[in-house]
Design a binder for this molecule. Structure first.
Ligand code: SF4
Length: 124
């Protein structure tokens, strides 16, 4: 198996709704590239910490998000609802489908990250 891509659990929701908007032009371009490269089989390592998307974020200072407690709270809630754990490795398609069925289709997203500045872009 190829080396796993680090992915913050809550970014499973962000990726589902990503339409090209983001914290900066460079960030959005990078996130679009990440999304295009994540296939069904790509192994992802769920990480409550900086990941492949944070790598190009202007809010990432030396590998730490400027809102660490807030985003870790989002991450831990996604893990809990999906029955997954920090550090777990699984195919991206399996993770994406769990996020879809247990959170997005179940109407639970807003309860996790409804206070996020991008909330309006992410319909139920
Ligand atoms: S550094 Fe923070 S704001 Fe930026 S992508 Fe990562 S979790 Fe989101």
């Amino acid at each position: 198996m190829a080396e796993a891509t680090a992915l913050r659990p809550h970014h499973g929701m962000c990726l589902a709704f990503f339409v090209g908007e983001g914290y900066s032009e460079g960030f959005s371009a990078h996130m679009g590239t990440v999304k295009r490269h994540l296939s069904e089989e790509t192994p992802v390592r769920l990480t409550v910490g900086a990941d492949v998307i944070c790598a190009a974020c202007p809010n990432n200072s030396g590998g730490v998000c400027e809102k660490p407690a807030l985003v870790a709270g989002y991450d831990n809630e996604v893990l809990r609802l999906c029955g997954l754990s920090d550090g777990q490795v699984l195919p991206y398609g399996v993770f994406r489908d769990l996020v879809h069925t247990r959170i997005l289709a179940a109407g639970r997203r807003r309860g996790i990250c409804g206070g996020c500045q991008w909330d309006a872009l992410c319909g139920e």
